[in-house]
Design a protein around this ligand. Sequence first.
Ligand SMILES: [Zn+2]
Length: 217
Amino acid sequence: MAKRRKSSASVPFSMESLREEVDIEINNENKGSRILADLGSLNLNRLDHVSADVVLCSIIVKFGLSLVGSIAGVAPSLRVLPLVVQHQVLKILCPTVDEGDRACLLQCVLKLPKFPLADNNTAFHVFTPPCDRCSRCHSQLASYNNPVLVAYHHLNGASKGVKVSLKCNRCGIYYGYSKYGNPGSGWNLYDEPRIAVEATDVCFVQRLLLRWHVSLA
Ligand SMILES: [Zn+2]
């Protein structure tokens, strides 16, 4: 309910003023319903010339804030992956969402410059190399195996995640989440700090959680 427009001190209560206020409320609700219906009816495959704000509102109306926020939260990781791998990852993370809707969601979310509510509390996590190009020859990295479902333990509990490694086909260098190299030339850590530690092949732990755990031991 909207706030009363004028204080009762300045306008004495009357049935007429109450009726006027109710009419305004109903009118505002009708406007809101029409806006929601318009946003829900947008064709998400034809939004090239629509502002990012409208795209964001439209996909939230269609798919819900939780799903959109979760996918938007992993958008920076998805961006380093080849397109075909992006779709594979999303299929693992939200298998119940229709394939067409997944493709549409991915396309829309990757267009958004920054999702205002995306943070580390999202339901999904995607562990990829921090780069999409080889540090030696600057070639585009390619996929070399299928994305793997992993468990992720963090300060807010546990979530499911997906791990993806890439490879430079020119240099034969593998790029994992936490290191890059190959068995012949050795392995290197990235300059960029990684928020999680790869505890096993299928389990990641938030670095901050690990620090707390060690300090409490
Ligand atoms: Zn290379």
